[in-house]
Ligand binder design. Structure first.
Ligand code: PHE
Length: 491
């Protein structure tokens, strides 16, 4: 007897979960520093162009595909053409990899949360992050053993994911009612604190004053598309998986618009919280704003903690607030990522969520341990770069081409219009057929060109080949075997 598919509690629950997945570390940990490195305010132009030409059309596509097919990414693409199931697995596999390294950042956040009590980084925030927390080795070749407190932080994260996913999307419906609004409230608290500090306005001015000359640099455009993809959790099967738990008559288009705007609004807003603090930090150190940080994950784990330290009062409280924000922001992205992959397994082999939740953890946790080693930071950096700049961009490109050319996209649009509050015009089809593929192809070509002229961050070629290309290739092999496997009941 066919089992009833799990459902979101309500439309609000679905939107909250989608926003929870989209709004994550990317909004606080990635967006401000990408914007910062890319000329502050000028970055907002390519960012919004990327949002409208690729982000929103793709988000509607993904939620709509999941809803229409009532399947996660592998099953949804497999229903378009049998041979495409493989692609669905590959995209969902990217999610599985992301959750593995994403949980590393959450592990760092746990460690910092703990150290917030005595503000342990006070003597030397940079050295604290590199030497005390990461115990960073000299390079990717020197790996070493897992570091116990990072393993512990990671275990906490994975336990949280397991507890939440064990009951399927019904428990997700409840959890996101807390994990989505809470970090927003905390961000608002930080923003108010930031804005009332001296120098805040200089930071904000740097954030918002556009430097148009930067727009001539293709790198900036590349980052904008990459950031939009990562931030909206696209091309990774996440939104397809979440959409598949919508009822057959559920609204799609407007929910996608709400999700996209809520996400980008949060990034923009988080930028204020971060930059007001950077302005303050610049002021107390007597430096110009661009000199207080050189970006990178260090922004969240070095620069921001340093600014917290320099606060006139309540540093510990703000430390706790900041790291709780990171944790609550991240956890709902993490379980969405895992769900993207496990939904595929559930659809095909009818494994129950309770079992999937722990089986995934048992298989993936040992893999995650690599990132808790002394050399782990380098591997984290490489995998993050490849999965995003090559993996997600390729998956997005193929997805647009598949839906644009191998699927009846007009019929799909009419279907979406029949169930949705906002009606899609031809623009949606043009974006997916022409503009998105063009933008993503250029992005991909430029990425490849960069990579072949100089290796990323000067890492040795063997390391990027193994960690970067190796990961993407391993996922292709995994996808092949999973798609060849015989499902439990094929309909
Ligand atoms: N969107 C999340 C963030 O901004 C990360 C993420 C990427 C989540 C891909 C799911 C899928 O942090």
């Amino acid at each position: 007897m066919p089992e009833q598919r799990d459902r979101w509690h309500s439309r609000t629950a679905f939107i909250m979960a989608a926003v929870g997945s989209a709004v994550g570390l990317g909004n606080v940990w990635r967006f401000p520093y990408v914007a910062y490195q890319s000329g502050g305010g000028a970055f907002l132009i390519p960012y919004f162009i990327a949002l409208f030409t690729a982000g929103i059309p793709m988000l509607i596509l993904e939620m709509g595909l999941g809803q229409r097919m009532q399947r996660g990414a592998p099953g949804a693409f497999g229903s378009i053409r049998k041979g495409l199931e493989w692609f669905g697995w590959w995209a969902a596999g990217l999610s599985a990899v992301i959750v593995i390294y994403y949980s590393t950042i959450l592990a760092w956040a746990w460690v910092y949360l703990w150290h917030s009590f005595e503000l342990a980084w006070s003597a030397d925030p940079e050295g604290f992050f590199a030497r005390e927390v990461l115990q960073r080795s000299s390079g990717p070749a020197e790996i070493g053993a897992p570091i116990w407190y990072l393993v512990l932080g990671m275990a906490l994260t994975w336990t949280a994911i397991w507890l939440i996913l064990r009951k399927g999307v019904r428990s997700v419906s409840k959890v996101v009612m807390i994990t989505v609004p809470l970090p927003l409230v905390l961000l608002a608290v930080m923003l108010v604190r930031g804005l009332t500090l001296p120098g805040a306005m200089d930071g904000i001015a740097y954030y918002l004053t556009p430097d148009f000359s930067k727009l001539a640099d293709p790198q900036i455009w590349l980052r904008a598309y990459g950031q939009i993809f990562f931030s909206l959790s696209l091309a990774s099967g996440v939104m397809i998986g979440y959409g598949s738990y919508l009822g057959k008559k559920a609204e799609v288009t407007n929910s996608a618009l709400i999700t996209a705007l809520a996400n980008c609004g949060t990034s923009f807003f988080a930028g204020f919280a971060v930059f007001s603090m950077l302005g303050y930090l610049a002021k107390v150190q007597g430096l110009p704003v661009p000199e207080v940080t050189n970006g990178g994950p260090g922004l969240a784990f070095v620069t921001y903690p340093l600014a917290i330290l320099k606060l006139p009062a309540l540093s510990t409280l703000f430390g706790l607030i900041f790291f709780i924000t990171l944790l609550t922001l991240g956890v709902d992205s993490a379980f969405a990522l895992q769900e993207a992959f496990t939904t595929g397994i559930h659809d095909k082999w009818k494994v129950k969520p309770e079992k999937l939740a722990w089986v995934f953890a048992v298989v993936a946790f040992p893999l995650a341990l690599i990132f808790t080693t002394k050399g782990g930071f380098y591997w984290f950096d490489i995998v993050d770069k490849w999965v995003n700049d090559f993996g997600l961009v390729t998956a997005g490109l193929l997805q647009a081409l598949i839906i644009g050319y191998l699927y009846d996209i007009k019929g799909f649009r009419d279907y979406l219009n029949s169930i949705s509050e906002v009606k899609l015009g031809n623009w949606w089809i043009w974006m997916l057929r022409y503009v998105t593929p063009l933008a993503l192809s250029i992005t991909l070509i430029l990425n490849l060109q960069n990579e072949f002229t100089e290796t990323y961050e000067g890492y040795p070629r063997w390391a990027t080949t193994l960690g970067g290309w190796g990961t993407l290739f391993a996922l292709a092999v995994l996808g092949y075997f999973l798609s060849r496997g015989r499902g439990k009941e094929s309909d």
